[in-house]
Ligand binder design. Structure first.
Ligand code: C5P
Length: 223
């Protein structure tokens, strides 16, 4: 029988990343942070000085990503691109903006499809992204769509960046979140929309624990 998948889709700052990590830990499942693959493609494009309007060249970067995910000594996930630790660079605003540009290229999405599906391994997978439930794992047993207001999402991103020691301006963040959402929602391939039958949660006024609990109730998991 098929390996179980729980998809968690939604815009940036909706809490997907944090929530998915907690769910994966609670369920003992693997975790796919698909946004990281788009960010890595973006970084690779920037580092290798590829013209983003050259769609074929960008897709080649996506296909040939030299990436290693490994746990650091602190237990955190470390990401190596071409053998270099890119943990901080991955989260930079410039990388986010480039990520949503490369993500709008159909050949890039195609190139990353197999890589994403390889994460589907026993005992199960929590997959976090924009099109996990609609495109990558349409047969997932449980689909979740997380939202939150743009203002709340900007605040969360701000806090996150400050904690990582990255300087950030909240008004600038809000604008880039709104721009990025617009690009993600209106693109022709795999636009950001809830999958059919998805459980929609607005996390604006919920704590992380409350969101996790709602999702665990939805999938019928009890501790
Ligand atoms: O989730 P995260 O903010 O890291 O994603 C970065 C960008 O990658 C998003 O703005 C979106 O354009 C793209 N993305 C995507 N499909 C996914 C995950 C991310 O298009 N499944």
């Amino acid at each position: 029988s098929k390996v179980p998948v729980i998809t968690v889709d939604g815009p940036s700052g909706s809490g997907k990343g944090t929530i998915s990590q907690i769910l994966a830990t609670k369920l003992g499942y693997h975790l796919l942070d698909s946004g990281a693959l788009y960010r890595l493609t973006a970084l690779s494009v920037i580092k290798h000085d590829i013209d983003v309007s050259d769609e074929e060249a960008v897709a080649k970067e996506a296909l040939e990503l030299d990436v290693v995910f490994k746990p650091s000594s602190h237990g955190e996930q470390m990401v190596l691109l071409d053998g270099q630790d890119v943990g901080v660079q991955l989260r930079l605003d410039e990388t986010s903006a480039m990520a949503s540009k490369v993500a709008a290229i159909p050949q890039v999405r195609e190139a990353l499809l197999t890589r994403q599906r390889q994460f589907r391994q026993l005992p199960g997978l929590v997959a976090d992204g924009r099109d996990m439930g609609t495109v990558v794992f349409p047969d997932a047993e449980h689909k979740v769509f997380l939202t939150a207001s743009p203002e709340i999402r900007a605040e969360r991103r701000h806090k996150q960046l400050i904690e990582k020691g990255v300087n950030a301006n909240i008004r600038h963040l809000l604008k880039s979140i709104i721009d990025r959402d617009e690009r993600d929602r209106t693109r022709t391939v795999a636009p950001l929309v809830p999958a059919e039958g998805a459980f929609v949660v607005d996390s604006s006024n919920l704590s992380i624990d409350e969101v996790v609990q709602q999702i665990l109730d939805f999938i019928g998991f009890s501790e």
